[in-house]
Design a protein around this ligand. Structure first.
Ligand SMILES: Cc1cc2nc3c(=O)[nH]c(=O)nc-3n(C[C@H](O)[C@H](O)[C@H](O)COP(=O)(O)O)c2cc1C
Length: 378
């Protein structure tokens, strides 16, 4: 493939360059993957209104997310094991996001640590928190995010137990991969990935190993993560987390109007309408289909963001038209990273920016703040 013009092109290149177990980890949803597919399909079903002979000069995609200036209404979503799509993946993606002028969100379950990412960035990034049973460890993660000058805490609410993803079980997903004959053969066929991975020291969950009690070696880590997500997490916990953090709080994983109202009442600065990219409750509706009623339910009391299924700038425009102040992308940047490292993340962002800009113009709008339902065909 000589030209990489779409997110789908980046996906196909990533499929060739990233070991199967990690490519599949990104390209999977839970159980039947019905919700994973619906996220994309429901965006495609929304049609745009073509307008002509409107002055399209002086366009700008700039806007804000939680008060932070962004060059377009897109942030990089928190994704676990990003440093397995490409060596040092979180550091590379954070640097690409910074250069582009958009927020990067680091997952609790990242390979590069909070401190690793802070060491290569100057723009404050956002830290995504999973709440573990060990609240001392949770507090220590928050302390570390504060010390690293993170400008928002993204509390993920939809993964206290894990939706089963069949591909991960069949592939025996682990980080680093076990050195079985099949894995060694697969890695040997991906020399770029393997050489870069040999050159880095960052091959395990560096936010956790050496920080959480009793987790020093990898066998302990697997048992620890399986047992650690706190199933008792409730709205009561949001209050102490918000207070302990003391900064901007984003609650991610809201897909229901009632939960959205709770989140607004909890004082969250923003919510992310999300079904975890179709990786948790299979059978749940797509995020874009739920967005309008969630926007209505919160009625301006908190900012509404959306993720799930965004594969083009057109999808970003559709989400903004239906009331999202900003969006997050997961797989599009992971495919870019797997395909070409930092340059691939930049390319993914450029593809989305170009599509968003041209689509906005062809809908007769010049600014993000001009985009509303009037750009949609009824
Ligand atoms: C490979 C992968 C790993 C993910 N890991 C996390 C995570 O650690 N924390 C989290 O809050 N969300 C995680 N998510 C969900 C994303 O933050 C986001 O909600 C989702 O990817 C959005 O859908 P999209 O991939 O269609 O853009 C993950 C998603 C993927 C694809």
């Amino acid at each position: 493939m000589s030209q990489l013009l779409t997110i789908a092109d980046l996906k196909e290149r990533a499929r060739r360059r990233v070991p199967k177990m990690f490519f599949d980890y990104a390209d999977s949803g839970s159980w039947t993957e019905g919700t994973y597919r619906a996220n994309e399909e429901d965006f495609a079903a929304i049609k745009l209104r073509q307008r002509v002979l409107v002055d399209m000069s002086d366009r700008s995609l700039e806007t804000t997310m939680i008060g932070e200036k962004v060059s377009m209404p897109v942030a990089l979503a928190p994704t676990g094991l990003t440093g397995m799509q490409h060596a040092d993946g979180e550091m590379l993606a954070a640097q690409a996001a910074e250069a582009f002028g958009i927020p990067f969100t680091l997952s609790t379950m990242s390979i590069c640590s909070i401190e690793d990412v802070a060491s290569v960035t100057t723009r404050p990034f956002w830290f995504q928190l999973y709440v573990m049973r060990d609240h001392d460890f949770v507090r220590s993660l928050i302390d570390r995010a504060r010390a690293a000058r993170c400008s928002a805490l993204v509390l993920t609410a939809d993964l206290q137990i894990v939706g089963q993803r069949h591909k991960d079980l069949r592939n025996g997903l682990s980080a680093p991969p076990r050195l079985t004959a099949a894995n060694l053969f697969d890695m040997a066929r991906r020399p770029r990935w393997s050489m870069a991975m040999l050159r880095t020291q960052r091959r395990t969950f560096r936010n956790v190993v050496g920080h959480a009690k009793g987790v020093g070696d990898l066998s302990a880590l697997a048992a620890w993560t399986n047992a650690q997500f706190d199933p008792r997490l409730s709205w009561d916990d949001v209050a102490w987390i918000k207070e302990y953090w003391g900064g901007k709080l984003i609650i991610k994983g809201i897909l229901d109007e009632e939960d959205a109202r709770h989140a607004a009442e909890s004082g969250a600065d923003a919510i992310v309408v999300s079904n975890h990219g179709g990786r948790q409750l299979d059978g749940a509706p797509s995020t874009i289909s739920m967005l309008p009623r969630i926007v209505e339910a919160v009625d301006g009391r908190t900012e509404v963001h959306l993720d799930g299924g965004i594969r083009s700038g057109q999808d970003v425009l559709k989400a903004v038209a239906l009331g999202a102040q900003g969006t997050f992308i997961g797989r599009p940047f992971l495919y870019g990273l797997g395909a070409m490292g930092q340059d691939g993340v930049t390319l993914a962002l450029e593809i989305i920016r170009k599509e968003l800009d041209a689509t906005m113009a062809l809908c007769g709008k010049r600014l993000i703040s001009d985009i509303d339902r009037s750009v949609l065909a009824q």
